[in-house]
Design a protein around this ligand. Structure first.
Ligand code: MN
Length: 209
């Protein structure tokens, strides 16, 4: 994410009901307008007192967390991560009809996960097993794809590790519709993935890394 302070409250890239029936309008309204917005407001609130950090992109802040003043590291980790993770999560979904990954991205998924179905199994497993609140991620590092989980609003981004896709498994992402059935939410989310957007990230961040 290349934006800088003040970080924008990005509009949802589709109508609130665009992901129904997999994700209902009410979830998207609360998730985007309340949860995500709170992270944006908190992040901007923290950085308002640190003019020297205001020209840093969100990627730079998160990659170099340990270089930040000690008293704001946790705040940037939680709220900067909250902004980054939600922007990627919302951008990586679509409701216009599912399309499989194609071309070099499809080939790389086959190379690193054996098959698309196996990628879905690995991603599902990481998302189901993430204890408590967090995310499961598709990551590209030095041209190789892998899946991992993170807790809370932690982000797996580093100089060489580029997140391409994430699923939010905080209860606020699904509880209103799915209650405790996280696995059902994950199964339906797999059919919402916007592989065109993931492919753009793959082309721009993985091929050059
Ligand atoms: Mn969330």
């Amino acid at each position: 994410m290349n934006e800088t302070f003040p970080f924008p409250f990005e509009p949802l890239p589709y109508p609130y009901d665009a992901l129904e029936p997999a994700l209902c309008k009410e979830i998207l309204q609360f998730h985007h307008d309340k949860h995500y917005k709170t992270y944006v407001d908190n992040l901007n609130g923290i950085l308002a007192d640190f003019p020297k950090l205001q020209d840093q992109s969100l990627d730079d802040l998160l990659i170099h967390l340990e270089d930040l003043p000690a008293d704001i590291q946790t705040g940037i980790r939680n709220n900067g991560g909250g902004v980054y993770n939600h922007q990627l999560y919302f951008r990586c979904m679509q409701g216009d009809g599912f399309c499989m990954p194609e071309g070099e991205l499809a080939n790389t998924i086959h190379r690193d996960f054996e098959s698309y179905d196996n990628f879905c199994r690995v991603m599902t497993n990481a998302a189901v097993k993430q204890f408590g609140s967090g995310y499961a991620w598709l990551i590209c590092e030095k041209g190789k794809l892998s899946v991992s989980g993170t807790a809370n609003q932690d982000t797996p981004i580093t100089e060489t590790r580029k997140p391409l896709l994430c699923i939010d498994v905080w209860e606020h992402a699904y509880y209103l519709q799915y209650q405790n059935r996280r696995a059902d939410y994950i199964a339906n989310w797999l059919n919402l993935i916007n592989w065109d957007y993931v492919d753009c990230l793959f082309q721009t961040t993985c091929q050059s890394a």
